[in-house]
Design a protein. Structure first.
Length: 277
């Protein structure tokens, strides 16, 4: 009997070796060492579109990849499966924690109160809020135009250059700033409605806003549509846009009936600066 036991013990390593060679390896679990988020900060608008956070667990071959999501302030925003739903203005911290080890990563979420046309904001009055299809539209964050609170000039020529075609201005929303820069950058330029806007600045609190421009044709039309909410327009004035029509003329708009048309660049019309937000 003793000899049989001795023989078995002697053969045991050999038997185990054959067992391992057969492909029946013992699989050990891989522990989680960390977790990260694809964004450290996020800005949303209350009642607006949701935001999505993506969590990455390390190492990639960790056995238990599951995570749990929480919001430090569910009055401001909630989270489920990484999808953040903005509720009210404020700040909250979104926390993702691994089931294995309780390792965490965070994202600070700022929820902004929705702006409305006519609100005082950014050195002026909200004149227009971008909608889907507008250049620069973001479903998560409001963007748009801010109009100065008053006209910059009642009578101003479009430019001192009245017979040369710039050729690279546009009429659409989102092009006013580029138009303004093109007008000011024209060889021989000295003064213009665009320069009046670019030179404008206003300080509110401790912030000075200097990035003003002459609105494009379509941007100017939004000012006309929302003229009563914006305030300060003279309804019998024509106002210049930054959209050129040809070598001798550019687009303007009559604020009594909203009619848009072209006029000679040497004529003097009203000027109202805008900036983007």
């Amino acid at each position: 009997m003793f000899k049989k036991k001795l023989f078995f013990l002697f053969c045991l390593p050999f038997i185990l070796g054959l067992f391992m060679l057969s492909g029946c390896d013992i699989i050990m679990p891989v522990a989680v060492t960390g977790v990260s988020l694809d964004q450290a900060t996020m800005t949303l608008t209350a009642g607006g579109a949701t935001g999505t956070l993506i969590a990455t667990v390390a190492p990639a071959d960790a056995t238990n990849q599951s995570v749990n999501w929480t919001s430090s302030n569910e009055v401001v925003a909630t989270v489920a499966g990484g999808v953040v739903t903005p509720l009210t203005a404020g700040t909250t911290t979104i926390i993702v924690a691994t089931t294995d080890g309780g390792l965490t990563a965070t994202c600070t979420v700022t929820v902004l109160a929705p702006l409305a046309v006519g609100d005082s904001y950014g050195g002026g009055i909200v004149a227009y809020i971008l909608v889907d299809g507008d250049t620069g539209y973001d479903p998560n964050v409001q963007h748009g135009l801010i109009a100065a609170t008053a006209d910059q000039m009642a009578e101003c020529a479009w430019s001192n250059i009245t017979t040369v075609f710039i050729g690279n201005t546009d009429t659409s929303i989102g092009t006013g700033l580029a138009n303004t820069n093109a007008i000011i950058g024209q060889s021989g330029h000295a003064n213009s409605a665009a320069k009046v806007c670019a030179d404008y600045s206003v300080t509110v609190g401790d912030i000075t806003y200097t990035d003003w421009f002459l609105p494009s044709k379509d941007e100017l039309d939004k000012l006309y549509i929302n003229r009563f909410a914006i305030g300060g327009f003279v309804d019998y004035f024509d106002y210049w846009s930054s959209s050129e029509n040809g070598a001798n003329d550019a687009w303007k708009q009559y604020f009594n009936d909203g009619l848009q048309g072209i006029s000679s660049k040497n004529l003097t019309f009203g000027v109202r600066a805008v900036r983007a937000f």
